[in-house]
Design a protein around this ligand. Structure first.
Ligand SMILES: NC(=O)c1ccc[n+]([C@@H]2O[C@H](COP(=O)([O-])OP(=O)(O)OC[C@H]3O[C@@H](n4cnc5c(N)ncnc54)[C@H](O)[C@@H]3O)[C@@H](O)[C@H]2O)c1
Length: 284
């Protein structure tokens, strides 16, 4: 949370008022947007899409923040990087803000995605219909397995990895998704980079070495579970610690421990609030 805050503060923000819900058409296209804000833009876009599907034309910052699972001050700050389209007392125009979000995230270009590795994970990703509606087009499926090569998944032919460089060029691949075994992930990555791919989403449990101009995002579900485990562990430790004094109070002062017990219960409430703030901070 602190690190995130520092990063936000490090960005030169010309006007704090830009975060307020006032009418302004200024688009800060060239402004540096913190990485944590970029990650949240995707959350806002998903929430906006849901609102539009339900016919909502305008939304307050509080409602949008709730739908996206962040606090409204953070949302207003994030939107200030795009230029605010909010109107005081009315809120944000859902269609306009959606368009602004899509443009900032570069989703209007329907980027071509190549999926490399069509095993358990790759097949599931290839079968996911949500990519198309979120601005991505799976254009190439690549594997080495002779049983898979030549078959089609969602009307896209699986091609052999020998053709990787050719496919990257002919399909104008913008983003590659690596879902191969970790033992070959670096080799596949090197070939993608040499072919001109500069954005990679890596599912393999390997830290990929790439040149500076290449962006790699790593998805690690096991790490996410470990983070949840950490928070779960802390919640258990807290409730154990709180159960101790409570039992002691009830045990040593029978009939007279009500006051102590209820103040302990109050502390439990504060404790769980603190935990949820921590959880929100960790996603920042
Ligand atoms: N990030 C996560 O949370 C997460 C979750 C599950 C799996 N994984 C990782 O994703 C990867 C795939 O997992 P899986 O369960 O689908 O494995 P899998 O063995 O079912 O599939 C791997 C696929 O890659 C293909 N392949 C092998 N070498 C290749 C190459 N050089 N070029 C192209 N294709 C090649 C294989 O033929 C196979 O179809 C693994 O690295 C696994 O550890 C990550």
């Amino acid at each position: 949370m602190t690190a995130h805050r520092d990063r936000l503060d490090a960005v030169s923000v010309s006007s704090e008022n830009a975060a307020a819900e006032s009418v302004t058409n200024t688009v800060h296209a060239e402004r540096t947007i913190p990485e944590a804000t970029v990650a949240r833009l995707a959350l806002y876009l998903r929430a906006l899409t849901g609102l539009a599907e339900h016919g909502t034309a305008t939304v307050s910052s509080e409602s949008l923040a709730t739908a996206a699972g962040v606090n409204s001050a953070k949302l207003r700050k994030d939107l200030s990087y795009l230029g605010s389209y909010g109107v005081r007392g009315v809120g944000y125009d859902v269609a306009l803000l959606t368009e602004q979000m899509r443009s900032t995230l570069g989703l209007n270009e329907n980027r071509a995605v190549a999926l490399i590795g069509l095993g358990h994970l790759g097949k599931a990703l290839a079968g996911y219909t949500g990519f198309a509606t979120r601005g991505f087009r799976i254009s190439a499926l690549i594997d080495t397995d002779p049983e898979l090569v030549g078959t089609t998944l969602r009307e896209i032919a699986v091609q052999h990895v020998d053709l990787l460089e050719q496919i990257v060029r002919s399909e104008n691949i913008a983003i590659a998704v690596i879902a191969v075994p970790s033992s070959v992930a670096q080799e596949v990555c090197d070939r993608l980079v040499a072919a001109g791919v500069t954005s990679i989403l890596n599912f393999a449990p390997t830290v990929l070495a790439v040149p500076d101009h290449v962006d790699v995002r790593k998805v690690d579900l096991a790490a996410e579970l470990q983070i949840l485990s950490f928070h779960d562990n802390r919640k258990s430790a807290r409730s154990d610690a709180q159960a101790g004094p409570l039992s002691a109070a009830l045990g040593t002062r029978p009939g007279g421990g009500t006051g102590l017990a209820s103040s302990t219960m109050g502390a439990t409430g504060l404790g769980s609030k603190a935990m949820s703030d921590t959880a929100i901070g960790s996603t920042a």
